[in-house]
Design a protein around this ligand. Structure first.
Ligand code: FE2
Ligand code: FE2
Length: 191
């Protein structure tokens, strides 16, 4: 398990507690997008059977999270809302090397691992600051899932490309992710 190199500031916890509906809506769309991306990885790497099997399972799990977030919102009289662009994923995706297929796959596995690790860090904060016990319990459960998903992507990267290559790329991308996180605006959204 790698440690993230920039901590989410306490002001973020205050922002999501003050407007948890916006936070839930944004979080819900993130779950949906991870499910989509897992299915895309499965489709593009159909010969890598172990990866495909794990991506199908992950997509099911993330879709389940999307439904849970949707249900929590609906029970409170809200919709899932519109998906809005976020200032985190775009800059992260710019780190992907696209010239070589293997490099591109490695970078995407590392990128997804980082996104899961950041989700893990932020859901832990959510589990401590949100106003309702039901929401705090929900984010405590998710926090454990994201820790597992972070490891899943990293394991695939190490299996497919070797531990040294995967860890070296992770090291570079951890620095870049930390830089992006330090520049994020504080808002009631996952990122
Ligand atoms: Fe999830
Ligand atoms: Fe996840």
């Amino acid at each position: 398990m790698f440690r993230l190199r920039a901590d989410t500031p306490p002001a973020w916890g205050e922002a999501i507690a003050a407007d948890f509906v916006s936070f839930l809506q944004d979080h819900g769309h993130n779950e949906r997008k991870v499910a989509n991306q897992a299915l895309t990885l499965a489709q593009q790497n159909h010969r890598r059977v172990a990866l495909v099997a794990d991506m199908i399972e992950l997509a099911q799990e993330e879709l389940g999270h999307f439904k849970q977030v949707h249900d929590l919102l609906a029970a409170r009289g809200h919709t899932i809302g519109q998906d809005k662009p976020d200032p985190y994923t775009g800059p992260l995706r710019k780190l992907l090397r696209k010239r070589d297929q293997n490099e591109y796959l490695l970078d995407r596995l590392i990128l997804f691992s980082l996104i899961e690790a950041r989700g893990c860090e932020r859901f832990k904060i959510a589990s401590e600051v949100l106003p309702e016990p039901e929401l705090r319990d929900f984010y405590r459960e998710l926090f454990a899932c994201e820790a597992r998903h972070h490891g899943l992507f990293l394991d695939h990267a190490r299996t497919l490309f070797g531990r040294d290559v995967a860890d070296a790329r992770m090291d570079t991308m951890l620095d870049a992710e930390a830089e992006i996180v330090r520049g994020l605006p504080i808002r009631a959204a996952l990122h």
